[in-house]
Write a protein that binds this ligand. Structure first.
Ligand code: FES
Length: 130
């Protein structure tokens, strides 16, 4: 069996059940089974809030704080490849973190994500890793 869909290095890189071991920059975030289909799970990775989101069979990782006000995006709804902030309704593209409509105007950070075995791993930038 080959698997070319789970290369590390980009948001949304992880498909379900990847079998390529993440490199050492990746940290385990959660069990893959804990992420609902077309839903989100809020976790803390190295003191950073991260929303692990499954949409269309792909896994994404975004900073779990809306860029408009400080509420968790993991409590929002998933539509296509966006997450909708529950407070004021801005949607953020899961691949880029860019808002697709107001009131939010700034993107939220996205993180490289990878699945390996039964788990989800994310790679946080240096300045956010502690
Ligand atoms: S807090 Fe998210 S859109 Fe306002």
């Amino acid at each position: 069996m080959t698997d070319t869909a789970n290369l590390p290095g980009g948001p949304g890189a992880g498909g379900a059940g990847g079998n390529i071991r993440p490199d050492s920059s990746y940290v385990r975030a959660c069990a893959l089974a804990d992420v609902p289909e077309d839903g989100a799970l809020g976790v803390e990775v190295q003191d950073t809030p991260v929303a692990i989101i499954r949409a269309g069979g792909e896994i994404f990782a975004l900073h779990d704080v809306c860029s408009h006000e400080e509420v968790p995006l993991s409590e929002g709804d998933i539509y296509d490849h966006t997450v909708e902030c529950w407070l004021h309704g801005s949607c953020f593209d899961l691949r880029t973190g860019e808002p697709t409509g107001p009131p939010a105007t700034k993107p939220v950070p996205t993180y490289p994500v990878q699945t390996y075995g039964d788990d989800v791993y994310v790679s946080l930038p240096e300045q956010e890793a502690r």
